[in-house]
Write a protein that binds this ligand. Structure first.
Ligand SMILES: Cc1ncc(C[n+]2csc(CCOP(=O)(O)OP(=O)(O)O)c2C)c(N)n1
Length: 331
């Protein structure tokens, strides 16, 4: 039942492949710009960037429908972008502005968009998993074929909520994808030092659900695995545990000088950067020219610059609204 995905490059349409590339470039460009804004004092609190892991967000979320649900972690900017939340409203949220997707009340770790079924952004590890299970339960209870996907890190798979939710999801055959972004590190804790079973996908066995490990630096491989799991969930086949092997290219947060990890390990993973990997493949396959890819990169640059300008120009939430939006009826 549990497998390591042997994904041959699946057939992909040019327009779809370019959309995947664009989404990953957007994630990378957005995060690099966040780092600049943070060091210029425009962002407050902890900011956790997603550089290196883009193929996971793009590969999974682009296999979902807009009416499907997603939950994330504190490393949530790129998941929100892949789910369709605009760069403007994510950047404005990071600036604490009233035009942000959480109306400036959430900040980096608490992105939220009901419109896009993006259910957060959670600072506590594991918090998104039961929320995603609840969304999956709702989808099933209401007789829809919506699917839910929950993203979380390797460190979170040693948290109780992970096991409790896998049990319930298996028991009730919930339409959910549990997506582990195994980047080998939980702040400064190396995954094999913290987990009794290092192969996370094998933990699916305890619950009788499919578990699969996939190269999380290969967007087409992630997408292929995601499509199969989404189809299973949508047609009543229940949950899948997907372990994506990946790496974060920056420190745990922008406050982390990233001095713990071995430079050789970092260099090894840098060589597998998912963006150049897809770029080279697109060119080799004749699906895109250098000019096509450059145009996408320029368009994305303009989109992110526009998001920064929008965030700069947006108003702060008014002080007399400090207590607004604490309850749903305030909306
Ligand atoms: C319930 C809870 N306990 C502890 C923490 C402190 N904490 C913040 S990040 C982190 C490590 C999480 O690592 P992982 O799940 O692998 O995610 P990654 O940062 O690699 O994306 C911990 C323990 C927390 N946020 N929430």
């Amino acid at each position: 039942m549990n497998t390591v995905a042997q994904v041959l490059r699946p057939a992909v349409e040019r327009s779809e492949a370019l959309a995947l590339y664009r989404d990953m470039v957007l994630g990378r460009t957005f995060e690099d710009t966040c780092a600049q804004m943070y060091y210029r004092g425009k962002l407050f609190g902890f900011v956790h960037l997603y550089n290196g892991q883009e193929a996971v967000s793009t590969g999974i979320i682009k296999a979902l429908r807009p009416d499907d649900y997603v939950t994330s972690t504190y490393r949530d900017h790129v998941h929100a972008l892949s789910k369709g939340v605009s760069a403007r409203s994510v950047m404005a949220e990071l600036f604490g502005k009233a035009t942000g997707c959480s109306k400036g009340r959430g900040g980096s770790m608490h992105l939220f968009s009901a419109e896009h079924n993006f259910l957060g952004g959670f600072a506590f590890i594991g918090e998104g998993i039961p929320i995603a299970c609840g969304a999956a339960f709702t989808a099933k209870y209401q007789g829809t074929d919506r699917v839910s996907a929950s993203f979380f890190g390797d460190g979170t798979t040693n948290n109780g909520q992970f096991f409790e939710c896998l049990n319930m999801a298996a028991l009730w055959k919930l339409p959910i994808l549990f997506v582990v972004e195994n980047n080998l590190w939980s702040i400064g804790m190396y995954h094999p030092r913290a987990s009794s079973v290092v192969e996370i996908y094998k933990k699916a066995d305890a619950f009788g659900i499919p578990g699969v490990r996939v190269d999380g630096m290969d967007v087409l491989a992630v997408r292929a695995v995601a499509k199969e799991a989404v189809e299973r969930a949508r047609t009543g086949g229940g949950p899948t545990l997907i372990e994506c092997t990946t790496y974060r290219f920056r420190g745990h947060s922008l406050a982390d000088p990233d001095e713990l990890r071995d430079p050789a390990e970092k260099a090894h993973w840098r060589k597998q950067d998912p963006l150049p990997r897809l770029r080279v493949w697109l060119e080799e396959q004749g699906l895109a020219s250098v000019e096509d890819l450059k145009r996408i990169e320029q368009e994305v640059r303009a989109e992110v610059d526009d998001a920064v300008q929008f965030a700069e120009d947006s108003p702060e939430p008014p002080l007399d609204e400090l207590y607004r939006f604490q309850f749903a009826e305030d909306d």
